[in-house]
Design a protein around this ligand. Sequence first.
Ligand code: HEC
Length: 270
Amino acid sequence: MNLPRSIALGLLLVAALSNANANDFEAALSKETAQFTFRSDSSLIGWGGSDLAIGLFYNEESDFILQASLLQMRQASQENPLTFGVGVKGYLGALDDPDEDVFAFAIGGQIRYTIAGTMPMVAAGERVEPAPNGIELPAGYQDWRVISSSHREDNKTLRVILGNDAAVQAARAGKINPWPDGAVLGKLVWKDRSHPAWEKATVPGEFVHAEFMIKDAQRYPDTGGWGFARWTGLDQQPYGKDASFVQECFGCHTPVKDNDYVFTHPSAMP
Ligand code: HEC
């Protein structure tokens, strides 16, 4: 029977074409049997967020079983290692002896316990360690508004510069020399990547770090009235061995002393 072979080839192609790191493809081959399993996020079929698995088993008698499943599950976290999922699974198969076609369809649940050490990144709500100078990661910075963006040719990274409400208000009003107390500037940095569908378009790739400048003239008199802090990677590890890391930040920001130690000029917006 040719059908299983062509399906197997199809699965191999799917695996080869997809480059998202969450995908995994498994092939178990023996003399008499072959089993292929492909797992991915469901964004492959249009909407993301679920586990998608497609598997094929066949043997030399040309029996084959094709299975597909979709499972919706919450991301486990340190506080909630136990997660529950619901999903659907379908089987389709043809057996030679007894000569029978099988089809089964099921809706079911799954309980999964994730061991803490294997969690890939900080899940929502988990505490991030403060920087060595005691500055805490500003809460909710992912929702701040854009002040500008930049591209560094030397280290091939893309950045967006964001501000909290006080910073954005000051930027829009042009009252930024000096920036007011309470203003916080954030910068998110990604490695350059060329868009898979448009080579000349540079888009964010791997996340590098998030860093902040917090304006409080009373609290940070030694560093131009700014508190500096940085967290690297998606797991938000505080940067710096000890509190002296701010000298590195401040030192490099001194060429723009006359602009209140800030390089960014708010970009024009309609
Ligand atoms: C080697 C020089 C250098 C060092 C070191 C450095 N910066 Fe910067 N920083 C810049 C430059 C240049 C820009 C503006 C261009 C850009 O967007 O990257 C900038 C921009 C920023 C911005 C956006 C506001 C602005 O000034 O434009 C923040 C926030 C920031 N840096 C925080 C930090 C923190 C925190 C550290 C230390 C952990 C640090 N920087 C270390 C060069 C440096």
